[in-house]
Design a protein around this ligand. Structure first.
Ligand code: SF4
Ligand code: SF4
Length: 280
């Protein structure tokens, strides 16, 4: 199975799993529950909880309220994968990324070629750093309050717990905004606001397996540029170390739209090395 198709299967599986855990948490609180399924809250299965707790863990050795060890363990696993393949979690696992992609299917159908092309990249590339401002804000406010501050504006929590009455107004507002914007562009929350995506995006700068374009075989068709959901300009790049890449494989030669085999791939060595090996 091609990796971009495999990715969609994995995304749906995780989306359904998290939805079931969210429902089961409510059922368990009411005295029933789905057999064999975790009764944990969504906070316990969110790797961003580990990041939010870091300051309190380092200074007081304790977790922020509602967060426990599982968040830290998940954080280490996601960071390990990010060392190899960057923001893999965003593109393959995160149910909120999947939710945005599902809404965007409708937007793409309505707007066709205009979809995801509203903001010129020359300007948009700077707007994308907003998520780092969000990251700093969340960490500072969490450290100051000792509370799970991100829960006040967390659209992921709002999506999977909207029926509980535990969701803050800010969460509903950001969820509504994300829903509307997803009709016009791919992954608006990931691009401009997600603090966890910001952390994982840093790994893209030094990941062990980066995306590389072979300039010798590239025919400059720009199909990769048009396909990338994160609007990363690829057709003029060498090694792509963009902090917004979500490792979706949609652009690549073997699994995505690039029509020339061996031209756009995730790999460690240079294309020259591969050609030499083939010749030997
Ligand atoms: S550069 Fe390729 S792998 Fe990365 S987000 Fe864009 S299409 Fe996906
Ligand atoms: S899709 Fe492949 S051949 Fe076309 S511009 Fe991109 S890297 Fe080059």
């Amino acid at each position: 199975m091609k990796k971009n198709r495999l990715r969609k299967t994995v995304q749906i599986l995780f989306f359904v799993l998290i939805a079931l855990i969210a429902v089961n948490h409510t059922l368990a609180a009411a005295g029933s529950g789905i057999p064999l399924l975790s009764e944990a809250s969504l906070h316990a299965v969110c790797p961003f909880g580990g990041v939010e707790s870091i300051y309190q863990l380092l200074t007081a050795g304790t977790f922020v309220k509602k967060i426990h060890e599982s968040g830290l363990v998940l954080m280490y696993i996601v960071f390990g994968a990010a060392l190899l393949l960057g923001s893999l979690f965003c593109g393959w696992i995160c149910p909120f990324g999947t939710f945005q992609e599902m809404v965007s299917l409708l937007g793409r159908r309505i707007l066709k070629k205009k979809f995801n092309r509203f903001i010129p990249y020359s300007f948009d590339r700077y707007l994308r750093y907003l998520r780092y401002a969000m990251l700093v804000w969340v960490i500072v406010m969490t450290a100051r309050s000792g509370q799970l501050f991100f829960a006040e504006v967390d659209p992921y929590y709002a999506l999977f717990q909207f029926w509980t009455g535990e969701v803050a107004l800010g969460g509903y507002i950001i969820l509504g905004l994300t829903l509307v914007l997803s009709l016009f562009m791919e992954r608006p929350f990931c691009k401009y606001a997600c603090p966890y995506g910001a952390v994982l995006g840093i790994f893209n700068l030094f990941r062990i397996i980066p995306l590389k374009r072979n300039a010798d075989t590239c025919i400059s068709c720009r199909k990769c540029d048009k396909t990338c959901p994160m609007n990363i300009p690829l057709s003029g790049a060498g090694t792509v170390r963009n902090h917004q890449c979500i490792s979706c494989f949609e652009c690549t030669s073997t699994d995505g739209v690039c029509p020339v085999p061996g031209t756009l791939e995730f790999r460690t060595g240079s294309f020259g090395d591969a050609a030499k090996k083939e010749a030997e």
